[in-house]
Write a protein that binds this ligand. Structure first.
Ligand code: FE2
Length: 482
């Protein structure tokens, strides 16, 4: 993509100002998570306009304050706001800026935010005695900016940085929510990568999904984004390999056990979430998009915690789950939206190894009656690394929806979907198929789902990653509602 060099702009002026103030030199820039260069935007978004800022420069390291791990997320107001979170390796800067302008031209606007120095672990895969050693412990900066006053249903371009000319990110894209009408989004789950060859699979899956659904408005990922959430190297790689998508598309992540079961996880340091759950952790959240109300839960209290003989541990774990249930009831009661979708990591109706584990049954017994009570239209699941589809009420397939059915008329019933994995790990399927599932299989390849939301139906098209640019249709199911 060509970038036009223009003389006067907000970012250029700011860069000069910052340079005059002096930018201290820092530690070495990590090459593996460097260079958000080569913006290979999907064609639908490849509408370069006159960029009014000084073109981004990608000089050689060290540039520790250059943005990496950029995540675009929703705020409470999806129509007119957007949040940006990124990481810098250096810890000296104390400025975070985002410059935005409408994709088809328009005035640049500068927004400032906050920075926070965070302690992390470079790598999980070290001897336990070395995990907290000085070589493995390091400090980095989390940068957050919320952009406000945007126009609904409008495409924007942005750059982020600390104001120094050499530290601006590449130019990327985002758009704001629609007020009404149809749209689509991408759902996938469990990339859970650990090494570069696995991250290549995540890269391919996310880019295939975006190529298949170039007009998608956000990408929802149902947990286990990385193999070990306490390893910052893996977060760097998750964002680096997913950069084509994650720098241009709003991400909606759920927390999974691989983000939480290794201690000192920094899941929330990589995303800025809508503040909608009133005292619950920030990764329990919701948002409205068009005629959809979308709720993200945490299933990361373990069965051992939920049934602990230690009363305080048991009470805390059950209290967290009950609070989420009450929050969901409140959310649905005040929502004016036609569709209610829930995303969680530990699927309550799945096949494979977790199909009837004690933990699955615990969550199923607690959550399924609530989903029935609230007429949740769809539950997007993870954790099980198989493909599972069910359409259930009271734990039984809804009358008239047979295994070969490709749709359901919405009366009583909830679609439960698990899209295998967007990474390397696939679990064997159950044999025989659990009776509550309409479809259960292990295609031995990554899956992604495009969800088309209209006033009258939600259509879930799941694709396998193939050598074809747009994948191959693997499963489709439509829920109709008058
Ligand atoms: Fe998991």
């Amino acid at each position: 993509m060509k970038r036009t060099r223009t003389v006067i702009c907000v970012a250029a002026i700011l860069s000069v100002f910052m340079l005059l103030g002096g930018q201290p030199a820092g530690a070495h820039y990590t090459p593996a998570s460097d260079n958000p260069t080569a913006a290979s935007y999907p064609s639908a978004h490849n509408n370069p306009t006159a960029a009014h800022y000084t073109p981004a420069v990608y000089p050689s390291p060290p540039y520790p304050d250059k943005p990496k791990d950029i995540a675009i997320t929703f705020t409470n107001d999806t129509l007119t706001e957007k949040s940006f979170t990124w990481v810098t390796s250096g810890t000296s800067n104390s400025h975070a800026f985002v410059v935005v302008w409408e994709a088809d031209g328009g005035v640049q606007r500068l927004f400032s935010g906050s920075t926070e120095t965070v302690t992390g672990r470079r790598d999980y895969y070290v001897a336990p005695t070395l995990f907290n050693s000085p070589d493995n412990v390091f400090r980095f900066k989390v940068n957050r900016v919320t952009v406000t006053g945007l126009k609904p249903n409008t495409g924007y371009r942005y750059i982020c940085g600390d104001g120094a000319a050499e530290n601006w990110s590449g130019e990327h894209y985002f758009d704001t929510a629609i007020e009404s009408g149809g749209f689509s989004f991408i759902y996938m789950t469990d990339p859970q990568c650990a090494v570069n060859s696995q991250f290549e699979l995540w890269k391919k899956c996310s880019e295939r999904a975006y190529a298949t659904f170039p007009d998608a408005k956000f990408i929802a990922i149902a947990g286990d984004l990385v193999d070990r959430g306490s390893s910052e190297n893996l977060w760097d790689k998750f964002f680096y390999y997913g950069d084509t998508v994650l720098s241009n598309l709003t991400v909606v992540p759920a927390v999974g056990n691989h983000e939480t079961d290794t201690g000192s996880h920094n899941f929330s340091k990589h995303f800025s979430f809508p503040q909608t759950s009133h005292g619950l952790p920030d990764y329990v959240y919701s948002f409205d998009f068009g005629n959809l109300h979308f709720m993200v839960l945490s299933t990361e209290k373990t069965y051992a915690q939920l049934t602990s003989k230690n009363e305080s541990i048991r009470a805390e774990a059950n209290g967290f789950l009950d609070a989420q249930i009450n929050w969901m009831r409140e959310e649905v009661s005040i929502s004016q939206k036609k569709w209610n979708v829930v995303m969680l990591h530990k699927g309550i109706y799945s096949g494979g190894g977790y199909a009837s584990s004690a933990e699955t049954l615990f969550y199923r017994n607690k959550l399924a009656p609530v989903f029935d009570e609230l007429s949740i239209d769809a539950v997007l699941q993870g954790h099980n690394h198989t493909f599972d589809r069910a359409y259930l009420y009271d734990g039984k397939s809804v009358s008239g929806v047979a295994a070969e059915s490709l749709s359901a008329a919405k009366g009583r019933g909830t679609l439960y979907l698990t899209a295998n994995s967007a990474g390397p790990k696939f679990y064997p399927q159950s044999n025989p198929k659990p009776t509550y599932l309409l479809k259960h299989s292990q295609p031995d390849t990554q899956l992604y789902t495009g969800v088309t939301v209209t006033d009258n139906y939600m259509k879930f098209d799941t694709y396998t990653v193939t050598d074809r640019e747009d994948g191959s249709l693997f499963d489709t199911f439509t829920v109709y509602k008058q």
